[in-house]
Structures are given as structure tokens and as C-alpha cells.
Ligand binder design. Structure first.
Ligand code: UD1
Length: 421
């Protein structure tokens, strides 16, 4: 297994382009299943999750070619197994997003139930209830869910809670249903808006994406399209924190500023300086950071996928900060590792009380999930001495060659291949 080694203390300085968003790419890859012809996606990030989704699509009978520019041709799917197997679903939960498209386009789907994951139980009950509302029969057996419907029928459905994947799955299914579907209490994340845009380009009739109510008028068929994936707000946010805590000065080209309001607002409260320039979003770290209180919420609130990274910023600030996680039940696994590097963080239930500023000292640490790993890299950037982050395969799920990217803006960071553990 690879490890990443960082020598802390270098400010991040320079310019970098924000890459395509993982969480936008994955559901759009699934949407390609709905089309009658090939779909071409551009600016696709080179990540293991994207490759896992490609393997799933290939297993379903799609012809998948290219990488950065990816073409998915669903021609062979009708003769395929219409199944997302356990081996793939267990490595990536987003695999369940094929459920809605398969059911809508091919009348049937068999998907392994994902089970829990490192950050919580993460059930898919809302996906299933939504699809049932559209007329699917849902049967659970042997760890799999079987769905069937000759043709789905438009219906009204209210989600019990805001779910990104659930909204995407049911919205995709409804595009080919007979009649109109009205979905309430939907997720408003930029990746939901982007998916609706893509589906509409394919010929769907979706209104209201980005608001709490989405209306979908079913159509008979959808066609393949050509589409560029939007820039990754979480990658941008992670590099923003890196610039801020190192007292750096970084310009992020193509940063999706409008999707980052909550993160920018919190970082400004901490004293970080932002300028929108013709080149991109410029981020400058202050001499001293102020403490902040952050609570994660569905979009447009503060994103849970930035919680671990903002916590590192809070540890670097002088005074008491509070970080509260409301989306996932077990998303503080970075805390013990940050404490091993010197942070003063006390967790009570779903809140973490932080006292700073931490003078981090480099250590060997273990990555536990994607964003937790990013927080360890960030702490390593400001630690005294050498930090070794193990299990970096978590990072490779969501950050494309993070070590090369950070090195290009001044970090002292290397990847070593084949390290133990
Ligand atoms: C997506 C993102 C993930 C992000 C999350 C929240 C992708 C590929 N992943 O994950 O990076 O952290 O949104 O912004 O886009 N829930 C249920 N029942 C359901 C569905 C969800 O109880 O049927 C719960 C989950 O356990 C969780 C909360 O709802 O506590 C939000 O989950 P959801 O928005 O569905 O997250 P994902 O779509 O899995």
C-alpha cells in the first residue's frame, strides 16, 4: 500500500486548476444508462471511484472508453445482468445510483444492499420508498434488493430526510416514467442541479432542481450527449484550507465560487482573505486565524464533506471553536489521529470542541475515510517535522494525485509506493 510523506512548514503559493467533481461525475456516469446512444463526458477526474463506476457499467454491458474524456455506450445493457454486485457496491456506495436508471430504462434492477460504512449506517430506504412510489415492486433477499416495473408511473413523493443519492436515483427513474412526478424535500446540492441539467440535455423535462421541490414530466426516450463535468467544490475547499492554514497565497482557477458560499463565509469569519480575480479565486491566509463555530447541513449549508478539513483550520485558530456534524453519525474518525499529532479536540456526541492554536508535530497516522485523510494531509502541511499518512487509497478515491498537486504549489510532499499498512 502507498504512503504519503509530508515535511511540514511550507506555505502554499501559486496557481492551480480545480479538477472535475467526483460527486458530479458518478451520477452522470449512471445517467448514461438512460440514453439510447453514447454519452461523452469531459474533464472527468482520474479517481478510483470513477474507475469503479466504469467497471460496474462495463459489467452491466456498457462499452466504456477513454479516461479524462470518457464515452459510455449502453448498447449491450439489455442483454446484460442488470445487477450491481456486492463486490463493487461494498467498495463504493454510489454504485446504488444505477438502480433508478436500470429500472426506468430496462424494467428491472438487482443491487446489493450497501450495508454500513466507516462514517455511519447510511441506509437506502429513501431511494427504495421513492422508487416504490413510482410503481416499482421492491423485494429484499440474500443481501440484494430486486426492483421491477414494466413502466414506472409519475407520482408525488416526499422524502423523509434530505438525501443527495436518493434524490438523484428517484429523479433519474422519473425521467422515463409515464406522467408527472413531484419530489418534495429533495437535496439542493450543486451535483443534483448538474445531474438535472445533464438529463435535460438528454431530453428529460425536469424543473426546480436547486429548490426543495423537483417536478419531472416523463418522456419516452433520452439521447446520449456531450458534457463537461463541473469543477469539484470539495477539492477546491480542501486547497482553500491548505492555503489558509499555511499563511499561503493560492489562486484556484475554475473554482466554483457560487457553490462554496458557506465554506467561504466561515473561512472569512476565521480571517481568511478571498478575492475573485479574472484568474480565479485567490485565497490568502492571515497572520492569525480566529476561532469559528461550524455546523454541517444539507446544501446551501456547510457541507459535511468539508467538516474534517475545516476542523484542521479550527485547530490552527487561536481560541475555542466548535464543529458539529449533523449529516453522518460517525464522522469524527480523524479526531484521534489529529490529537496524536497534538490537537486539543474533545468530542461530545456530534460536536467537537477545539482549543487552538495547535502546534502540530509530525507523526505516523492512518487514514480512515476520504475526507478524514485529507484533514491529515492538511495537518501535515503545518506540522513540525515529518508526517506519514498510511492507507492513502482512501485519498485516491476523491483526490487526483494530491501529492503532485500540492507539490506544484510549494508543499514538500511525496508518495511512496508499496509501503506497509
Ligand atoms: C452524497 C455524497 C457524499 C456526501 C453526502 C452528503 C456522492 C457520491 N456522495 O452521499 O460525498 O457526504 O452526499 O452531502 O455524491 N440516508 C438515509 N436513508 C436514505 C439515504 C440517506 O437515512 O435512503 C441518510 C444517510 O445515512 C445520511 C444522510 O441521509 O445520514 C445523507 O445521506 P445522502 O445525502 O444520501 O448521502 P449520499 O448520497 O450517500
Amino acid at each position: 500500500m502507498d504512503k504519503i510523506v509530508i515535511e511540514g512548514g511550507q506555505p502554499l503559493r501559486g496557481e492551480m486548476r480545480v479538477l472535475g467533481a467526483k460527486n458530479a461525475a458518478l451520477p452522470i456516469q449512471c445517467a448514461a444508462l438512460l440514453a439510447d446512444g453514447p454519452t461523452t463526458l469531459r474533464h472527468v477526474p482520474q479517481l478510483s471511484d470513477v474507475r469503479t463506476m466504469n467497471a460496474l457499467l462495463a459489467g452491466l454491458g456498457c462499452e466504456v472508453t477513454g479516461e479524462r474524456t470518457l464515452t459510455i455506450h449502453p448498447g449491450g445493457v439489455s442483454d446484460g445482468p442488470l445487477e450491481a454486485p456486492y463486490d463493487l457496491v461494498k467498495t463504493m456506495r454510489a454504485s446504488v445510483t444505477v438502480m433508478g436508471p436500470l429500472l426506468a430504462r430496462y424494467g428491472r434492477a438487482r443491487v446489493s444492499l450497501p450495508g454500513g460504512c466507516a462514517i455511519g449506517a447510511r441506509p437506502i430506504d429513501q431511494h427504495l420508498r421513492g422508487l416504490e412510489a413510482l410503481g416499482a415492486t421492491v423485494t429484499l433477499s440474500h443481501g440484494y434488493v430486486d426492483l421491477a416495473a414494466k413502466r414506472l408511473t409519475g407520482a408525488a413523493f416526499v422524502f423523509d430526510l434530505v438525501t443527495v443519492g436518493g434524490t438523484q436515483n428517484v429523479m433519474m427513474a422519473a425521467t422515463l416514467a409515464r406522467g408527472t412526478t413531484v419530489l418534495e424535500n429533495v437535496a439542493r446540492e450543486p451535483e443534483v442541479v448538474e445531474l438535472a441539467l445533464v438529463l435535460n440535455k438528454m431530453g428529460a423535462k425536469i424543473r426546480g432542481a436547486g429548490t426543495p421541490v423537483i417536478e419531472i414530466e416523463g418522456v419516452d426516450r433520452l439521447s446520449g450527449i456531450d458534457h463537461a463535468i463541473l469543477p469539484d467544490r470539495i477539492e477546491a475547499g480542501t486547497f482553500m484550507v491548505g492555503a489558509a492554514i499555511t499563511g499561503g497565497d493560492v489562486t484556484l482557477r475554475h473554482a466554483p465560487v457560487d457553490d462554496l458560499h458557506a465554506v467561504i463565509a466561515k473561512m472569512e469569519e476565521a480571517g481568511v482573505l478571498f478575492d475573485v480575480t479574472p484568474e480565479g479565486l485567490r485565497v490568502r491566509g492571515p497572520d492569525e486565524l480566529r476561532p469559528i463555530d461550524v455546523t454541517t447541513r444539507p446544501h446551501p449549508g456547510f457541507p459535511t464533506d468539508m467538516q474534517a478539513q475545516i476542523m484542521v483550520l479550527a485547530t490552527a485558530a487561536r481560541g475555542q471553536s466548535l464543529v458539529t456534524e449533523t449529516i453522518f453519525e460517525n464522522r469524527f474518525m480523524h479526531v484521534p489521529e489529529l490529537c496524536r499529532m497534538g490537537a486539543d479536540i474533545v468530542v461530545h456526541g456530534n460536536s467537537a470542541a477545539i482549543r487552538g492554536p495547535t502546534r502540530y508535530s509530525g507523526a505516523e497516522v492512518m487514514a480512515t475515510d476520504l475526507r478524514a485523510s485529507a484533514s491529515l494531509i492538511l495537518a501535515g502541511l503545518i506540522a513540525k517535522g515529518r508526517t506519514e499518512v498510511r492507507r492513502v487509497y482512501h485519498l485516491d478515491r476523491g483526490y487526483e494525485t494530491i501529492e503532485t498537486r500540492l507539490r506544484s504549489i510549494g508543499a514538500s510532499i511525496e508518495r511512496y509506493h508499496g509501503a506497509r499498512g
